[in-house]
Design a protein. Structure first.
Length: 303
């Protein structure tokens, strides 16, 4: 076998690896999307979103400026957005249901009433998100997408695989993450450690960790051994920062609805929103990713 033939076979095998990995994700996305539209099952919504996210990750590695597979990329992106709206509402509703159970168990009827009002409001919002998903997902995950997908596999995939190295992309993402982490550390060391700017920087860091986690997972077949532990490592970081972000989202959601809309008394409203603010700070102080100025010492007895 000639050197040229060996090189050609190596490229063919590399293309086949990418193709097989992407086809598996695509089939999963189509199947879960179809099931999600039957009864909006939480797991179906979640898995359809996860598989679309992984497909977006692989497309971004191969075609970062979306010049070759732009229409396909943006179809997945729009589907992910619609699925994400429903998924986020599902998660928020479940989290507030759990809080309501605790409040009722503790005999805190006023807080339980507040949470019941929030749940009802969010269920109404979820109905709107589900209607949009029901209207748009059949097209976003239907025959038109199949056409774009088949054209991509038969067309630019091979040349894109030839040009791109997932290991290089992974390293670039690591460098970007490290830079964001330095920014966060600087902000959280200063006197304005709990400023909006600091929290936004932390949010950006979480997104960077999520991107690394998904890249390590979706492109594992194309990555060197040294990157194989990265998924778990960045998953841990994402989850720690995600706890902070989730609590901020809950607080922002409450404040965007407003006390008057929920028909809640001032004392109940203030007590609950204050407790959420404290939870945000507690999660922030206890994260192990970015040190925070004024963090309580472990032996101080402070929260």
């Amino acid at each position: 076998m000639t050197v040229d033939q060996l090189a050609k076979d190596k490229q063919t095998n590399k293309t086949r690896q990418w193709e097989q990995a992407m086809i598996k994700l695509y089939v999963n996305f189509r199947d879960y999307s179809k099931d999600a539209l039957k009864d909006f099952g939480e797991e179906d919504i979640h898995q359809a979103r996860v598989n679309s996210r992984k497909l977006l990750t692989l497309l971004s590695i191969l075609d970062p400026d979306h010049s070759a597979a732009g229409q396909l990329y943006f179809s997945f992106k729009k589907a992910q957005k619609r699925l994400g709206k429903v998924r986020d509402a599902d998660v928020l509703i479940e989290s507030f249901k759990e809080r309501r159970k605790v409040a009722k168990k503790d005999g805190d009827d006023k807080t339980a009433g507040l949470l019941k009002a929030v749940i009802k409001h969010q269920k109404d919002q979820r109905k709107k998100y589900r209607k949009k998903l029901e209207a748009e997902l059949p097209q976003l995950a239907g025959k038109e997408l199949d056409g774009l997908w088949n054209d991509f596999l038969a067309g630019p995939l091979e040349s894109l695989v030839l040009k791109k190295d997932a290991n290089v992309v992974m390293r670039e993402l690591e460098v970007a993450f490290d830079q964001k982490k330095k920014t966060c550390k600087a902000l959280f060391k200063g006197p304005d450690a709990v400023s909006d700017e600091a929290f936004e920087a932390l949010h950006d860091l979480r997104i960077a960790a999520k991107e690394l986690r998904y890249t390590a997972n979706a492109a594992s077949f194309a990555l060197n051994q040294k990157f194989h532990t990265h998924e778990e490592y960045y998953k841990n970081i994402q989850e720690q920062l995600g706890i902070i972000n989730d609590k901020r989202v809950w607080l922002d959601t409450l404040q965007s609805i407003g006390r008057d809309e929920l028909g809640v008394g001032k004392k109940t409203w203030s007590a609950f929103t204050d407790s959420l603010k404290n939870e945000v700070l507690e999660a922030l102080y206890h994260n192990e990713v970015v040190p925070v100025a004024g963090k309580p010492r472990a032996d101080s007895g402070e929260a």
